[in-house]
Design a protein around this ligand. Structure first.
Ligand code: IPM
Ligand code: MN
Length: 355
């Protein structure tokens, strides 16, 4: 019997629907080739839906998402809506509800893509950031007192649990082993200042490392990581870190791989339902213009297939992306690709069809 996957699709705001459309075009082409089915259920969520209905993400939508095998997200974010409402109400809510405790950001400079790093090429930029995705500064723990007065106090707490750190670190070791590149795992922390949180991270990391004698370990403070990522990106294979540092360093990393047109990520619960997304955001100024680069969304689809163990299909998509980046696109920036959003999707799909 042909395998069928249930994919929940949240096209979302801005250019989200445009890039998701191209991702699905590519997914349909590759699933036909590789002999599995993808069944899509669309969810109307995001800023426009919130403005029309006052609804952000209802419990029944969450329950319905729970019946899918994976979630494919375009973008969430709306210029008219106060920052935090949609991010917390949709993106973070899904991450927490489904306990997607890993945020995975593969960083790879493909041939034909410019990096802002002088003298660095595809052989130098190929690593992965494994970011803890459910704890740290993101839990919302804290509070404020006397808001709006001269005596105002704001506390935002970083929550780090042994279990939360251990499962993340273990995932990173396993990933590093499976990736089988230079087999080096770097812990990114701040043990010189955050002496409680990163003491726990460091001890956990060192303990778990004993189970992985084949993986070399390294440690660097987050500020040093930023420095080395620009100066010597070739030093990195897999980096593991907490939620906040991971958020920051993965955007720096996205820039050195060519920027938001390329960068894709995944919110993973290895035992549950994961969510895959291009990380570029809703890009309101390009909305509806058929100008945005859909490659990041296509690569998010590729990571999704990888996570569903459809390795052959995933590598066919990557081969298509490699070809299109190397031979076709003039630039990876919106409006400068030499092709429209739709045409870029067509180019990848045509390659897959022919190979
Ligand atoms: C990301 C984003 C989110 C985060 C925002 C939109 C809440 O920046 O996925 O990295 O901070 O995690
Ligand atoms: Mn971010």
């Amino acid at each position: 019997m042909t395998k069928t996957y249930e994919i929940a699709v949240i096209p979302g705001d801005g250019t989200g629907p445009e890039v998701v459309r191209e991702g699905i075009k590519v997914l349909d082409t590759v699933s036909g080739k590789c002999g599995f089915n993808l069944n899509y259920t669309y969810y109307n969520l995001g800023g426009d839906h919130y403005k029309e209905s006052g609804e952000i993400l209802q419990d029944d939508a969450l329950e319905s998402l729970a019946s899918s095998n994976a979630i494919y997200l375009g973008a969430i974010g709306h210029p008219d809506i106060k920052p935090g409402i949609l991010e917390k109400g949709i993106l973070l809510k899904i991450r927490f509800y489904f306990d997607q405790y890993i945020n995975l950001r593969p960083i790879k400079l493909y041939e034909g893509v410019d990096t802002p790093l002088k003298g660095k090429g595809p052989e130098d930029i190929d690593f992965v950031v494994v970011r803890e995705n459910t704890e740290g500064l993101y839990t919302g723990a804290g509070g404020c007192l006397k808001r709006g007065t001269d005596d105002e106090v704001a506390i935002q707490e970083s929550i780090n649990t042994r279990k939360g750190i251990e499962r993340c670190v273990r995932y990173a070791f396993e990933y590093c082993r499976k990736r089988n590149k230079s087999k080096k795992l770097t812990l990114c922390g701040k043990t010189n200042v955050l002496t409680y949180a990163f003491d726990l991270w460091e001890r956990t990391f060192n303990e778990v490392s004993k189970e992985y004698p084949d993986i070399r370990t390294d440690y660097a403070h987050v500020d040093a990581i930023c420095m080395w990522m620009v100066k010597n990106p070739e030093w990195f294979d897999v980096i593991v870190t907490d939620n906040m540092f991971g958020d920051i360093i993965s955007d720096l990393a996205a820039m050195i791989q060519g920027g938001m047109g390329i960068a894709a990520g995944a919110n993973i619960n290895p035992e549950g339902i994961s969510m895959f997304e291009p990380i570029g955001g809703s890009a309101p100024k390009y909305t509806g213009k058929n100008m945005i680069n859909p490659i990041a969304a296509i690569l998010a689809a590729q990571i999704m297939l990888e996570a569903m163990n459809e390795h052959k299909a995933a590598s066919i998509i990557e081969a298509g992306v490699i070809k299109v980046l190397r031979e076709d696109l003039e630039s990876v920036s919106a409006g400068k690709m030499g092709y429209t959003t739709e045409e870029v999707g067509d180019l990848v799909a045509e390659y897959i069809d022919k190979n």
